[in-house]
Write a new protein. Structure first.
Length: 733
């Protein structure tokens, strides 16, 4: 019985004694009176004590049985649990006092029960009987003390015998252990096999020596397999009496080497099987049903650093701690549903075959830093409770982490994925790092959840990147990332800041149905192919300053909740804003549009600034609502802009000159009113291209307007727009 079980037994006994005392305390005076009057005898008191003792015994037995269920069953003798304490010197005087007290109480009770009336002879006989009975009770107390001393002597004898048997068992185990170790050092493979099986038998019969024997087997597996008997064989062949040619000697050595290598390989495979057979807590019977493994060794640590393992199969095994640093796994490895209770190390390990870790449970930290997977790596459904580190890992083939669960942080910094990688439906519980990672094949993060910061800074995606339906509950960092193929970010949700600053999108980018709850930053990014922002919700600031769009870009049915900045952006392809709503300041200051710009069914609810913007092609607005101030200060148009069915402050823009428009020197301000008498003066002060704003105005011919505008615009307005310093934040109004 261990210390914890003994404590439970003592607590249970104290609880029962306390309950019995609470129940019996109010009744003790009644019992004493009844006892003195002769109505209640000692039998009732004895019955109460017997019931309380029985309850205590039952509780103690249950606790003892429960404690024995977790004890490893073994036929080997066990060491005494603790040293037997000597009887203190105060026990003898206490025993004498107890004997005297019990005898006196018994005599007092019995003599007080003798009646006061009656003949003197009867009274004398009753007193003698009472005295004899009281002395008998005292003698019983002495007998009980004698029984306790006899039990003490029996206990000492049993513990002595247990110690003798344990010492003999330890001596026998030591002899078997030394003999098996000598067999492992033999030059003959059968002898080494016998040594392994001897160690297995010793470990099975002696649980306390299992870890030591496992360490010996692991050390044998770690030893290099290079031939240790090849030189002896060559000397034996060359030392013969016959003249043997050099070619024959070499062929004989090679043949012996191959035979020894095959034999050594079988010995090492046997060592691996011995470990595996005793690390599985369950096995399957003939019917395929799981049942407990009676040969399971619990709480085992594996140390296979720098070992060479062939077809290593730890599926459904359970270990406490494992180390595979710089190990080489040949012919693949199967660790599916393995359970590691503590940390596991695969640092700089090399996997030459397929590695299967489906459903593996890493309770502690899992370290794979610098590992090389030359074949497929399967981590589907893996659980990383203590976090994981895959920094500088190289996946030469596919890597599958789908449906994995990461409770703590995980890092893939500088990892290299030569082929496809699958992180679909992965739950990242804390920080996730893919900084400077390289994805040469398709990378899938569809429906994954990132609970904290997700860092993909300076990552390189050589093939398609899929983030469809992914959820970023905190920051998402893609700054400096390079996407050289299609990017799919459909229905992605980002609840924290999203950083795509200085990123490169070499192929199509699909941001359809995405939601950004905080600021999203695309400043200085480069979009080389078609870009779609459709049904996107920007609840925070949207920053596109100094971004470069080389192909067509669409912002259809998007909603910008806060500041939008396209200051200094370059649009080489056409731009379309359809069904877009700008709730706050929208700034295109200093932007350059090489192709046509089309705003359809768009609503500007606050300031819209196109100051110093350059439109080298058509600028068309169809059913656009300018609810706030709109500024075209210093803007240049290569083609007269068109405003069809637009509204300015609630007034229709079309057949009549809107009251809210004022044309002042290369500026269009939408927050003032102008009288018809001032119209001629205002028009005369505006650039020719801006006259097209009203169909009823007396405008010069199209050719003269084009010629005069091009001449004036090329004289310096374009250079001033490029040289202007465009800020990234909204200006103060």
């Amino acid at each position: 019985m261990d210390r914890r079980t003994r404590l439970h037994v003592k607590v249970a006994g104290a609880i029962f004694v306390a309950a019995a005392s609470i129940w019996a305390a109010p009744k003790i005076p009644v019992w004493w009176t009844s006892l003195r009057e002769g109505r209640v005898g000692l039998v009732h008191l004895a019955a109460f004590v017997a019931v309380a003792g029985l309850a205590y015994t039952i509780a103690a037995a249950v606790l003892v049985l429960r404690s024995r269920q977790s004890v490893d069953r073994s036929s080997a003798p066990t060491a005494p649990s603790r040293p037997l304490r000597a009887i203190p010197t105060w026990v003898l005087p206490v025993a004498i006092l107890v004997f005297a007290a019990v005898t006196w109480i018994a005599l007092e009770l019995l003599l007080s029960a003798v009646p006061k009336s009656g003949s003197s002879v009867d009274l004398a006989r009753l007193r003698v009987d009472a005295a004899r009975t009281g002395l008998a009770v005292g003698a019983g107390t002495v007998g009980a003390l004698g029984l306790l001393l006899a039990f003490r002597r029996q206990q000492v004898a049993e513990r002595t015998q247990q110690a003798v048997e344990y010492d003999a068992s330890e001596k026998r185990v030591t002899e078997l252990y030394v003999k098996a170790a000598d067999q492992l050092g033999s030059d003959k493979a059968p002898v080494r096999l016998a040594g392994l099986y001897s160690l297995e038998r010793v470990a099975q019969d002696n649980p306390i020596h299992r870890q030591t024997i496992v360490n010996v087997i692991c050390a044998y597996i770690r030893m290099p397999q290079a031939g240790r008997v090849y030189e002896d064989r060559s000397e034996e062949v060359q030392g013969g009496g016959e003249a043997i040619s050099r070619e024959v000697v070499i062929s004989e050595i090679e043949r012996a080497s191959r035979q020894d290598a095959a034999a050594e390989r079988e010995v090492r495979l046997t060592a691996q099987r011995i470990l595996i057979d005793h690390l599985r807590p369950q096995w399957e019977d003939e019917a395929g049903e799981a049942m407990p493994n009676p040969q399971f060794w619990a709480g085992i640590d594996l140390d296979l650093r720098q070992a060479t393992l062939r077809g290593f199969n730890l599926s459904a095994c359970q270990v406490r701690k494992a180390r595979f640093d710089r190990a080489v796994f040949l012919e693949g490895a199967d660790c599916s549903k393995m359970v590691v209770e503590d940390d596991v190390e695969f640092t700089e390990a090399v996997f030459e075959g397929d590695i299967a870790m489906r459903g593996v449970l890493f309770t502690g930290k899992a370290r794979f830093g610098g590992a090389v997977f030359n074949a497929r790596a399967d981590f589907r459904g893996a659980i990383f409770n203590g976090g994981a580190h895959f920094g500088d890992v190289r996946f030469a083939a596919g890597a599958d982490f789908s449906n994995a669960i990461v409770v703590k942080s995980i890092g893939f910094d500088r990892a290299h994925f030569a082929e496809w990688s699958n992180f679909a439906r992965v739950s990242f519980g804390r920080r996730t790092y893919f900084s400077d990672a390289v994805f040469e094949g398709p990378a899938v993060f569809a429906r994954s959840t990132f609970a904290l910061v997700a860092a993909f800074s300076r990552a390189t995606f050589g093939d398609e990147a899929c983030l469809r339906n992914a959820t970023f509950e905190s920051d998402a960092h893609f700054d400096g990332a390079d996407f050289w193929a299609k990017v799919d970010v459909r229905a992605t949700k980002v609840f924290g800041p999203a950083n795509f600053r200085k990123s490169t999108f070499a192929k199509n980018l699909d941001l359809i149905g995405a939601t950004f709850h905080e600021e999203v930053d695309f400043r200085y990014s480069r979009f080389e192919q078609r870009t779609r922002f459709c049904d996107v919700r920007f609840y925070g600031n949207a920053l596109f300053s100094r971004a470069i769009f080389l192909k067509h870009v669409r912002f259809d049915k998007c909603e910008f909740g806060k500041y939008v900045g396209f200051g200094g952006a370059r649009f080489k392809g056409s731009v379309a804003f359809g069904g877009v709503v700008f709730h706050e300041l929208c700034q295109f200051t200093g932007a350059r549009f090489q192709r046509q710009v089309f705003f359809a069914s768009t609503e500007f609810r606050d300031i819209a600034s196109f100051s110093r913007a350059a439109f080298r092609a058509e600028f068309r607005c169809h059913k656009v609502i300018f609810a706030g101030e709109t500024v075209f200060d210093g803007a240049s148009f290569a083609v007269p802009p068109e405003f069809v069915d637009c509204q300015v402050g609630g007034a229709a823009l079309g057949s009549e000159w809107p009251d809210a428009w004022v044309v002042v020197r290369e500026a269009l301000v939408l927050n003032s009113r102008v009288d018809s008498s001032d119209l001629d003066r205002a028009v005369s002060m505006a650039p020719p291209a801006n006259y097209y704003l009203d169909a009823t105005a007396q405008l010069p011919s199209q050719a003269s307007r084009q010629a005069s505008w091009v001449e004036s615009s090329t004289s310096g307005s374009e250079g001033e727009a490029e040289a202007s310093d465009v800020g990234n934040q909204a200006p103060t109004t």
